[in-house]
Design a protein around this ligand. Structure first.
Ligand code: NAI
Length: 335
């Protein structure tokens, strides 16, 4: 029986990297029947809906999605599709493993970076509750709830336990946002009590940003509310070579949508330059989720082999290979 998954290629570089990831999954020997659901600016503007019904119906049926990025207009226009999708399907945990790839030169040469970021995915300043009270005066509501904070903390600590991780660092700004971030921290502390074997640490987000740049190798599992999680994820991606290589998963009780950390990269869209590694590594996470562990390891090993060899790197990592050339190298490595 083939697996059934929803494929949302997205826009910008989305279709290019999605196509590469699907080919890599097929080469790893997994039979997936893809339900393709298009989503881009034009469709959203034409339908007037952020999330078309066919897309939600498909995800509700397959329960698993592989998603490329979708462009959101800056400072105007429709609500972010990504935020809407995460909230609608209650994909509360955004999981982003940030690891040094073999062969990639970073500023931290001898110190491998291996951290996993857990970003709360449904509330905080991403609630979209903004109001212009009077002209030129705007408020934006930051919503933090006990339910969502406990849930993401349990998810992160449980991951740490199951995967033999040693430390969870909760990142906050509770010195200023005493109520909102204070509640988030209290929930993290409470959950940490159920995991005595895992060291629990707290760090203010500005200091955490500096520590990440100075000593990234000291971080293990990071636990953050939505906004800090979003920003720190890109910062962390920069430590290991950039957005082209960092994967992600949006996990809920019933559904899972796998997507890279990066956006639609309009500056390189349609030029065949995009690095598909991030979505390929997101596909590794998808394969593990659907029980295709062997194929997942095969695909991961193939991507790592291409990096170890270092002959087919894309432009973001200092190479000259196109998306197609990189993908070809991964497919050959799988064989
Ligand atoms: P971005 O992540 O699209 O690009 C930032 C920089 O990284 C650009 O220079 C880009 O060329 C580079 N980059 C990103 N992915 C790459 C890849 N796979 N290979 C090589 N280089 C890569 O961030 P930006 O420019 O801030 O956002 C562009 C659009 O994407 C916005 O509309 C934003 O809302 C949307 N976005 C969507 C996301 C999603 O669908 N999950 C996530 C983040 C942003």
């Amino acid at each position: 029986m083939p697996h059934c998954c929803t494929l949302i290629p997205g826009d910008g570089i989305g279709p290019e990297v999605a196509n590469a990831a699907v080919r890599a999954i097929e080469a790893a020997g997994v039979d997936i029947q893809w339900r393709r659901a298009e989503l881009n600016q034009a469709i959203i503007l034409e339908s007037g809906k952020t999330l078309p019904k066919y897309l939600l119906d498909s995800l509700r049926e397959t329960r698993v999605g592989l998603k490329g990025p979708v462009t959101t207009p800056v400072g105007e226009g429709f609500q972010s599709v990504n935020v809407a999708l995460r909230k609608t399907l209650d994909l509360f945990a955004n999981v982003r493993p940030v690891r040094t790839l073999p062969g990639i030169k970073t500023r931290f040469d001898d110190l491998p970076i291996d951290m996993v970021i857990f970003r709360e995915n449904t509330e905080d300043l991403y609630s979209g509750l903004e109001h212009e009270i009077v002209k030129d005066v705007v408020t934006s509501l930051k919503v933090i709830t006990r339910t969502a904070s406990i849930r993401i903390a349990q998810y992160a600590f449980n991951y740490a336990r199951v995967n033999g991780r040693k430390r969870v660092t909760a990142i906050h700004k509770a010195n200023i946002m005493k109520l909102a971030d204070g509640l988030f921290l209290r929930c993290c502390r409470e959950v940490s009590g159920d995991y005595p074997e895992i060291q629990y640490k707290e760090m203010i987000v500005d200091n955490a940003s500096m520590q990440l740049v100075l000593r990234p190798e000291t971080f293990d599992v990071l636990l953050l509310p939505n906004l800090y999680g979003d920003i720190v994820s890109d910062l962390a991606a920069g430590l290991v070579g950039g957005l082209g290589i960092v994967p992600g998963a949006n996990m809920g009780e019933s559904y899972a949508v796998f997507e890279a950390v990066h956006g639609s990269a309009p500056d390189i869209a349609g030029q065949g330059k995009a690095n598909p590694t991030a979505l390929m590594m997101s596909s590794v996470m998808l394969l593990i989720h659907i029980g295709e562990t062997q194929a997942a390891h095969k695909l991961q090993a193939a991507v790592e082999a291409v990096y170890r060899e270092g002959k087919h790197l894309t432009g973001d990592l200092g190479g000259t290979a196109s998306t197609e050339e990189f993908t070809g190298a991964v497919l050959r490595a799988i064989q």
